[in-house]
Design a protein around this ligand. Structure first.
Ligand code: IVH
Length: 685
């Protein structure tokens, strides 16, 4: 961490800033920076205070447990302080925690510090919601409270009652020894399921209101509603993970046993909790959850590793507000704010001019981002994104980062609107807007801006899948004059590649091998690779199955094409127009000369259709990022008799929408086509 030249002044500034952000987040539910940025400011202040303890003031945010108590709620004194958690950001941080507590335990509580007790851990998801403390007297829910400042919270009993998964009365007798204690206080995390969050935001947008920045803020608003009728409209869920108070016999002495007791009493407990006999296994589980987090129905910001032995954990006590016996393994944040420096224009292989955000570099989810997608110009206008704005950048899974929207509260008035281009920035041809489409197009088929996109598309995974031909190398090949269309890829030889910067023997050979392997790709992949407008995965497959080879396909008239099952007038017209162009015919001839001429047995129309599956007669469109490639999901639907199409129309029965769904989702909403999540689809099949 960099050292401040004047630590006293810097600490004062940080304190003021943190207090303001804390207020915005906890009281107004309207933060203007991300959690990760807040943490970074807090860590900077902690570092200064650690080095110069005389600078610590009573009002420093480092000296406080949690946030301010809002007006309007009755205050509740917690039976025991509601603690927080220390963070580790990687496996090394977790091992350092283990070493620290082992040493501390051996010195301070040697009798409890057995090797077994020190090596057994429970790992749970760290749900990104809000702490809720549920208190039961003689088995009945008597009070629910927020965390507040850790010792005094707010009485939200009326809202907790509205949470359906909160038991109003404890279940008893499910397990021997699990009798409900006379007084029990349970700690859990209240959260808004992602699906509820999305529909809530969609409804807010439709009503012209401001959407919530994330599910956590939406949940905070839901929990702290003075009017319970309002909180019912924001159905929260809860997962429980700790006991604050247990008066009476039978208190569990392990975390694992505690979770079992909670389940028995009827509390919702995460089924992702696991017990491990070694820290390495616990860490491996945490790491394995990183790629799985996108598939969960709620947001998690990490995993929590806890000592299983609760007597030992208790005896270890806490440092500040963090218990020694547990640590949060934080996942990289996937959201950050930064400045939008400019909006560049890219031209896609279809000629669509798309805006691209040029950002002040910022780390999002562990990766430095300086460019992000802005979808299209309509989206920019709808979200009122301006150059110079502070913007929220998000990255989900392996999806390209995108600009979610501006931070309106950070506007200075110096921001400039984004201008839709009137001429193509690459060839200066006047742009076109097409009926019913949001994109702006460069109509020039020879536009130099399209070449690299066309090649990138041809080599991409869903098309000819040539590994090692990334964006940079494509640009290198074009700049060196080695490639002027996709057929030129097959003219590359080792001598030419070795002449390029950063190409050695091995890299050149790997690329040549990958190019050679692409000759085996089936016709449908080649059809996708050629980038014919309106041809998607599904129509490419239908056409390939019907015609069997490129020549037969390109010889077909528009009428013949329309007779193919699943091919409508738009696709037919587009294929016919593509095939009639001289330069495309020449390209196909050159590809054939290089041995790219895939053939397959044509299938009679309808042969692949399952006649009486659950989805027979239904047409689906798939969009957004799902748990599997779209092809796999399409195959799953087809195996149940359904049809999958590329574009949404009135004939579409269902849209299956994954994360970051774009224009297809909007279109389905406009047409009133029912929208399914992947889970809903699977439940139907
Ligand atoms: S344990 C002594 N377990 O994360 C108990 N906390 O960043 C300390 N959280 O304030 C907390 N899921 O609100 C624990 N499985 C889990 C959790 C969890 C979410 C929250 C909790 C805590 C925050 C710390």
């Amino acid at each position: 961490m960099k050292k401040a030249s004047n630590p006293a002044a810097r600490a004062a500034t940080l304190r003021k800033e943190l207090a303001e952000h804390n207020y915005r987040y906890n009281v107004l539910d309207d933060p203007i920076i991300s959690d990760a940025e807040y943490d970074a400011l807090m860590n900077e202040l902690k570092a200064i205070e650690a080095e110069r303890p005389e600078l610590i003031t009573a009002d420093s945010p480092t000296q406080r447990v949690g946030g301010a108590v809002a007006e309007g709620f009755a205050k509740v004194t917690h039976a025991r302080p509601i603690l927080s958690l220390a963070n580790a950001f990687d496996s090394a941080g977790v091992r350092a925690w283990r070493d620290r507590i082992n040493k501390y335990a051996e010195q301070n509580v040697p009798l409890l510090a057995t090797p077994e007790a020190l090596a057994r851990y429970v790992v749970e998801p760290k749900i990104d919601g809000l702490t809720i403390v549920l208190s039961y007297t003689d088995g009945a829910l008597t009070r629910a409270a927020t965390r507040g400042d850790g010792s005094i919270g707010e009485d939200i009993t009326h809202n907790a009652r509205a949470i359906r998964s909160v038991p109003l009365r404890l279940r008893e007798g499910a397990r021997a020894g699990a009798r409900a204690p006379a007084a029990l206080s349970v700690r859990g995390e209240a959260y808004l399921p992602l699906k509820t969050f999305e529909s809530l935001n969609a409804a807010l947008l439709a009503a012209g209101d401001k959407p919530f920045a994330n599910p956590r803020n939406a949940a905070a608003g839901g929990l702290r509603q003075l009017d319970p009728a309002q909180s019912v409209k924001r159905p929260l869920s809860v997962l429980c993970y700790a006991v604050v108070e247990w008066q009476g016999e039978g208190a569990p002495d392990t975390q694992w046993g505690l979770l079992e007791h909670l389940r028995d009493f009827g509390f919702p407990v995460s089924d992702l909790a696991r017990r491990f006999e070694s820290l390495d296994d616990a860490i491996a589980y945490c790491e394995a959850m990183i790629p799985r987090r996108d598939a969960l129905p709620f947001e998690i910001d990490g995993m929590v590793i806890k000592l299983d032995d609760l007597r030992l954990a208790d005896a270890l006590g806490f440092v500040g507000k963090d218990p020694r016996g547990a640590i949060a393994f934080k996942f990289p944040a996937r959201e950050a704010t930064t400045r939008l420096l400019d909006v560049a224009v890219n031209v896609g292989r279809t000629g669509a001019l798309t805006p691209a955000a040029v950002l002040e570099p910022v780390s999002v989810g562990g990766i430095t981002i300086s460019n992000a997608t802005l979808h299209n110009y309509d989206d920019i206008a709808r979200k009122d994104i301006r150059i110079g704005d502070r913007v929220i950048v998000k990255r989900a899974g392996d999806v390209i980062p995108y600009v979610a929207g501006p931070v309106l509260a950070a506007r200075t008035g110096d921001e400039r609107p984004v201008i839709v281009p009137e001429i193509c920035p690459f060839c200066e041809t006047p742009v076109e807007r097409r009926e019913g489409e949001v994109a702006v197009y460069c109509p020039n088929p020879d536009c130099p801006g399209k070449l690299d996109r066309a090649i990138e598309h041809y080599v991409s995974r869903g098309a000819m899948d040539i590994e090692g031909l990334g964006e940079k190398i494509v640009a290198q090949l074009i700049d060196a004059g080695l490639v002027a269309d996709v057929a030129d890829i097959y003219t590359l030889d080792k001598a030419a590649l070795l002449g390029l910067d950063k190409f050695a023997e091995k890299k050149a050979q790997n690329l040549l091998d990958a190019i050679a392997a692409s000759r085996q790709r089936p016709l449908e992949r080649l059809l996708i690779g050629l980038g014919i407008r309106h041809i998607g995965e599904v129509s490419a497959r239908d056409l390939a199955r019907h015609f069997g080879n490129l020549d037969a396909l390109l010889a077909a008239s528009e009428e013949t094409l329309q007779q193919v099952e699943g091919v409508g007038p738009i696709v037919a017209a587009s294929v016919a127009a593509w095939g009639s162009r001289e330069r495309n015919r020449a390209l196909v001839a050159r590809l054939r000369a290089h041995g790219i001429d895939p053939r397959q047995e044509p299938l009679p129309a309808g042969a692949a259709v399952v006649p009486d599956g659950v989805f027979s007669g239904k047409t689906f469109v798939i969009t957004g990022t799902l748990s599997e490639p779209r092809e796999a999901i399409a195959a799953w639907i087809e195996a149940r008799g359904g049809k999958v199409s590329d574009s949404v129309s009135r004939k579409t029965n269902y849209l299956v929408a994954g994360e970051s769904a774009g224009s297809k989702l909007t279109k389905a909403q406009t047409l009133g086509v029912p929208i399914l999540s992947e889970a809903e689809l699977r439940a139907m099949g």
